[in-house]
Design a binder for this molecule. Structure first.
Ligand code: ZN
Length: 463
């Protein structure tokens, strides 16, 4: 299906700078539980939502800009609960431009430049208007936040950043440079990050994709986790924990975390088994669940295609088996938790490979058994609640920021419609959607030669 360009009508000359924008479409999902199916419009003034109408919509005011989408559905701006803006560099776990390779080669400055490309790609291609960055190196995402607050960009997604994720010495994402061991170092790490501007705290609760870490084992012990959680809460912030290992999920629940990432239930024998007792605790303790369900999906797709074209090498076959195991497990576990009564799912891409693939995750959630409405809640209001920004975003309501994503089709019937983004409006500003071409997806490797600094620089005076 092709994107339908909006029908733009300016009714008469604009009388003031605060032009009213009226967005019209046959459908509107407002995120509060209301779904309009017979025509709706949303009125924007400045950066705020002024009014929402169903079929009874009045005629646009003189001077209003009207954006009409013939087969569209108006959604609250989509939210990504889990990104790593410094990457977007490839889709491989090893070899050139894998993330270990990128960490070795790329400067903080190059990574910072990529965060801007990635943010705009995510907005223009996926309709994402809010992102939560779950771990970047040094000060990169804090610097990006500074740039956003300096007003350098228009239409850039709202960014919630943890800065660096906290990990044990040598743990997953240790290259971000926030290693902590023991309760006192954990306390210090939280305070340091809050001082630098962290919006939330991210903990690496088990090993992960980082070379030599073991994703079957928890990293921090429960006392360390409790220290981080309590210190974070004392600062009025939420914390979220990366948990691949089954034991790490239980530890996180013992410590009282607010949100769990991945929850892959990997055990010591590399089997994925949803432990129903832990699943029930996840629901009872009311934690947000961020499955990052689509990680590896693109790689799997590529490998399956390759398998149709030729026979795979043993290494490729192993990779295919791994990706299938991972995907199947993620879809099954999230579907099962939903069946058990979980509702607080968040939509996160864990975008390390590519930015702009957001809609795939919603499709996978629905494949797992979630209703289309439950998946759309994950993409909007649930994530806003987890970021503590429901006063401004997450639903379409009068007085909130005009963060709006228009997609082509009916996502309540066909969730793939979310992958057909036709217009994004960020705080009342309609993004120029053709601008996507300015932000290409590629491995993002610098080809300029960087001259190494001299080993033993000296100034010789008065020879
Ligand atoms: Zn991640």
């Amino acid at each position: 299906m092709t994107n339908i360009a909006p029908y733009v009508e300016v009714v008469g000359p604009s009388s003031d700078a605060n032009t009213t924008i009226v967005v019209k479409a046959p459908r509107l999902f407002d995120g509060t539980g209301k779904f309009y199916e017979n025509g709706a419009s949303i009125w924007i003034e400045g950066s705020e939502i002024k009014a929402i109408y169903g079929t009874e919509s009045p005629a646009p005011l003189r001077g209003a800009q009207v954006l009409e989408f013939e087969d569209g559905c108006i959604l609250p701006g989509l939210m990504d609960s889990h990104v790593h803006l410094i990457y977007g560099t490839a889709d491989r776990m090893s070899g050139p431009r894998s993330y270990d390779d990128v960490n070795d080669l790329d400067s903080d400055a190059l990574m910072l430049l990529r965060t801007v490309r990635n943010g705009y790609r995510h907005a223009l291609r996926s309709g994402v208007t809010t992102m939560r960055d779950a771990g970047s190196r040094n000060r990169i995402t804090f610097d990006l936040k500074e740039g956003i607050s300096a007003g350098l960009y228009r239409g850039f997604p709202t960014l919630h950043a943890c800065g660096r994720s906290i990990t044990i010495t040598g743990g997953h994402f240790h290259f971000c440079h926030e290693e902590a061991d023991g309760e006192e170092e954990c306390r210090k790490a939280v305070r340091t990050l809050v001082k630098e501007g962290a919006d939330f705290i991210k903990i690496m609760g088990s090993g992960g994709g980082t070379y030599v870490t073991d994703n079957r084992r928890p990293s921090f012990d429960v006392d360390e986790l409790k220290m981080i959680v309590n210190e974070t809460h004392r600062h009025g912030k939420f914390c979220t924990v990366h948990c691949i290992a089954t034991q790490s999920i239980e530890n996180a629940l013992d410590a009282g975390v607010d949100c769990i990432e991945h929850y892959e239930f990997v055990e010591m024998d590399y089997k994925r088994r949803l432990d129903p007792r832990i699943g029930e605790r996840m629901i009872e303790q009311n934690v947000f669940l961020s499955p990052t369900i689509q990680t590896g999906y693109r790689g799997l797709e590529k490998m399956r295609k390759l398998a149709e074209e030729r026979s795979l090498t043993q290494a490729e076959q192993e990779q295919l088996t791994f990706l299938e195991w991972k995907q199947e497990g993620q879809v099954y576990i999230t579907g099962k938790l939903y069946e058990m009564g979980a509702t607080k799912f968040l939509m996160g891409t864990d975008a390390i490979g590519e930015f702009g693939d957001y809609g795939i995750g919603l499709k996978l959630m629905v494949d797992g058994g979630l209703s289309n409405e439950a998946a759309l809640f994950a993409a909007t209001r649930n994530t806003a609640e987890a970021l503590n920004i429901m006063d401004k975003a997450g639903t379409l309501e009068v007085g909130k920021d005009a963060d709006i994503t228009v997609v082509d089709g009916n996502p309540m019937k066909e969730i793939e419609a979310v992958q057909r983004v036709t217009q994004v409006i960020k705080a009342g500003y309609p993004l120029p959607m053709e601008g996507l071409g300015l932000f290409p997806h590629n491995p993002g490797a610098a080809v300029v030669t960087r001259r190494p600094l001299p080993k033993n620089p000296q100034v010789i005076k008065n020879p």
